[in-house]
Design a binder for this molecule. Structure first.
Ligand SMILES: [Mg+2]
Length: 374
């Protein structure tokens, strides 16, 4: 008997995806924000809805509105008519379809949004929570508070830290590497400020977003080790694997990277040079890509940490045994309740993705319309 015949849902002849739609939302930040190497004034969310048998699945990525055009022009022809149950086959078809426009970056962000929607739709079609479909290793997914942009003043940082502490976070991360590493004195002052503000025992984490040279990163890392920082993210640009290795060999704290990984090859090149692999399901091929990348990390005896998009990651992070934590990033923590209904809440320092609702349990919020730009 084939797998297709075993489950009653596979006997349905109405599982074909009949409709693909996109929507783009732009959420301005309360004030200009920056890290060591980039500044921004807004966050753009590109949402994808797939429909089959009168049900809808939702996925999204944080990207450019151009990702919506990739979905409509390049991916939609691969999706329409394919069974909502055949997610991985659809993933492969999408991957093939973007060969000529690029298999990472924007194109893979578009694939990611469709893949998340596809998994959501499949679970809804089967009438089960997505956590049941993926399988669970845990009910609670630890999060760490993340923000502390180089642009925030002392009072704003104190407010962020207080919010994370109130939510029970036992790890907190701020941005350093200000002005591409030109302000090491201010970086250190802000780290010490975090040390004072955070509750006793809090794990301190920093992210330089590739702002330092190898020499600068090692000199800063020596100071970080003195302060007790446990996580140094992208001390140098993450495509500088030799640089990551040099920094990692010189320091006690963990070195992490991976937020730009889009392909299995990207993951493979980072595994030998990090202590914890960061993965972003909205960039690395959705839940399909995330699960595969996490398995590659497990093969290298590494944990993974979900980068940003906490609501998207909750259910898939719960499905992976070698998961350390999910980044509860202030921009996304602020906008996801405006974009989505049904998001998993943070309490006791964790997300709780257990849900009785079919799929991942989230839908687009009516209130999000005010932020829609396409
Ligand atoms: Mg980062």
């Amino acid at each position: 008997m084939s797998a297709r015949a075993r489950h009653p849902a596979y006997a349905r002849d109405d599982s074909a995806i009949t409709h693909v739609s996109t929507a783009v939302y732009r959420f301005p930040t309360p004030e200009p924000e920056a890290d060591g190497t980039f500044e921004w004034h807004a966050t753009t969310a590109v949402a994808v809805t797939l429909e089959a048998a009168g049900l809808a699945g939702l996925g999204w990525t944080y990207s450019s509105r151009a990702a919506a055009a990739v979905v409509e022009d390049e991916l939609q022809p691969q999706v329409l008519g394919r069974s909502a149950l055949d997610v991985t086959d659809g993933w492969s078809a999408m991957r093939r379809a973007v060969r000529n426009v690029g298999t990472s970056g924007l194109a893979m962000q578009a694939v990611s949004a469709v893949d998340v929607a596809w998994w959501d739709l499949k679970a809804r079609l089967l009438g089960v929570p997505l956590g049941d479909l993926l399988g669970r290793c845990r009910d609670d997914v630890p999060v760490y508070g993340s923000g502390g942009f180089t642009t925030v003043d002392d009072a704003e940082l104190a407010e962020q830290v207080a919010g994370w502490a109130e939510a029970g976070c036992t790890a907190m991360k701020i941005k350093i590497g200000e002005s591409r590493g030109d302000e090491p004195g201010r970086d250190l002052r802000r780290i010490r400020q975090l040390r004072r503000l955070a509750p006793e025992g809090t794990q301190l984490m920093v992210d330089a977003n590739g702002g330092y040279t190898v020499g600068e990163a090692i000199r800063m890392g020596d100071r970080l080790d003195d302060v007790g920082v446990v996580w140094f993210e992208e001390p140098v640009p993450s495509d500088d694997t030799a640089g990551l290795t040099a920094v990692r060999e010189a320091l006690a704290c963990d070195v992490a990277a991976g937020e730009y990984a889009a392909t299995a090859n990207d993951v493979s090149s980072l595994l030998p040079v990090v202590d914890c692999l960061q993965l972003d399901a909205t960039r690395c091929g959705g839940y399909t890509g995330w699960l595969r990348a996490a398995a590659l990390a497990e093969g290298a005896h590494l944990q993974v940490s979900a980068h940003c998009a906490p609501s998207a990651h909750a259910v898939v992070a719960a499905a992976v045994p070698n998961m350390r934590h999910v980044e509860w990033f202030v921009d996304h923590a602020r906008l996801e309740p405006q974009l989505l209904d049904g998001i998993p809440e943070v309490s006791g320092g964790a997300l709780h993705p257990v849900s009785e609702r079919p799929g991942h349990g989230m839908t687009l919020s009516e209130g999000a319309e005010q932020w829609r730009v396409a």
